[in-house]
Design a protein around this ligand. Structure first.
Ligand code: AMP
Length: 173
């Protein structure tokens, strides 16, 4: 999967100075590569009894939706504060640039549900940690965590108390 790095562009200084943004749009625009990413994620969870795939706003949605379809699972949207129309549960989080709150509809999943959480990038781990807590707060089980890109030099895994599947890693912690 390291060949995917050629389709992930570094954008220094976006969205603010000091950040090197990992732009996945060239990968999304490459049908073979995008399909291979989705197929690989699906294979990891085929036998995991997944009932729902939860994508984190916004780029997590892009990967979560086709994975959910392929697994025959439902799609759950984990969104930034104020975007979901019905009652939610909320979790604060810190990220590489700034802070925020993630929310999910309070009836999105519940006891007995088995959920895979997907995002595009693992940086400091705050976002994924909050997303996992949201799903667990609703009584569902997080049976897998998947990101496309791990910024390993930030050691985000220390904020996530579960194994994380990654397809492309940069640097060592
Ligand atoms: P973190 O909570 O620090 O692990 O940040 C992960 C979230 O922020 C993901 O939803 C990413 O989309 C976004 N993010 C953080 N750092 C970057 C980066 N260098 N390039 C692209 N997206 C990033």
């Amino acid at each position: 999967m390291d060949d995917l790095k050629a389709l992930i562009r570094d954008v220094p200084g976006f969205p603010e100075p000091g950040i090197i943004f990992k732009d996945v749009t060239p990968l999304l625009e490459d049908g073979e590569a995008f399909g291979r990413v989705i197929d690989t994620i699906v294979q990891s969870f085929t036998d995991a009894g997944v009932t729902h795939v939860a994508g984190i706003e916004s780029r997590g949605f892009i990967f979560a939706a086709p994975v959910a379809k392929a697994l025959g699972a439902g799609l759950v949207l984990i969104r930034k504060a104020g975007k979901l129309p019905r009652p939610t549960v909320a979790e604060p989080y810190a990220l590489e640039y700034g802070t925020g709150t993630l929310e999910v509809h309070e009836d999105a999943v519940g006891a007995g549900d088995r959920v895979v959480v997907i995002d595009d990038v693992l940086a400091t781990g705050g976002t994924l940690g909050a997303a996992i807590r949201l799903i667990q707060h609703l009584g569902a089980e997080v049976v897998g965590v998947q990101v496309l890109i791990e910024l390993a030099f930030l050691d985000g895994r220390r904020h996530v108390d579960m194994p994380i599947e990654t397809l492309v890693a940069y640097g060592a912690p």
